[in-house]
Design a protein around this ligand. Sequence first.
Ligand SMILES: [Zn+2]
Length: 268
Amino acid sequence: MYCFQCGREYVAEVSECVECGVELVDEKPTPPEEVGGENEPQVAYELFEWSFEARRMVDQLLTGEGIAHGWQGAVLIVREADEDRADALIEQAETAEGPRLDPDIDKVAYGMEEWSAEAQSALVDALGLAGVAHEFDADGDLVVAEEDEERVDEIVEQVARRIAIEDELGEAGTELEGLALSDLIGEVHGLARKLDRNPGDAKSTLAMVKQAGTLADVRTPFGFDSERWAAIRQSSSAMVGILSTEDRDEDDVRGAASALHEQLAGVI
Ligand SMILES: [Zn+2]
């Protein structure tokens, strides 16, 4: 048995991945880089807000249709040639009927006045994927079971935060991808390490101001988690700010460099 998300292999008696908490599948997962032939274009679907069950459902639907696919964490990779078929299966998983709200239990309502239609539909998708029963009342308020309140609070906050980030960063910034993006990330990562060791290094300082400045302006690349990317942009811009201060403190440089180094290590 395998975990489709992290690829770990288990003996047949195990039903869940200890690492991911996701139910195992029978088929050995394909590493994302091996989906399709060499140089064959791929598409990525960010399924961060989906529950494990929903991701597993998509995985199994794709397997059932014989569509090559792989996972990079919560990001699903398929061949571009399979995009339409994958879209249809993802939609099928998305609209799979969620649980009904029991009429006899205590409920809480959430005002939706400040939510755009688009934001509401993102929220509904997120609730459905998390398996939370919900409906809208005559006033347009979102109604859920009181026992789900904490969970719903979390989901509401997540969706609101994601939308705020998309609004803020979505249109701004330069688009960069592929080799140019990985080169830039690699360079800033290397410079961060140098500055962490030797915060007074003039050559690295100059290079970092330029490269981190560029990175701070890159909009969320395809297949990256938008919150994580926003944090990288913030750290890059903080780095530039610190390095541009004339009488900067070496500890500040070191702190900013090690934070950036660590964040970038997570996406290399
Ligand atoms: Zn796993």
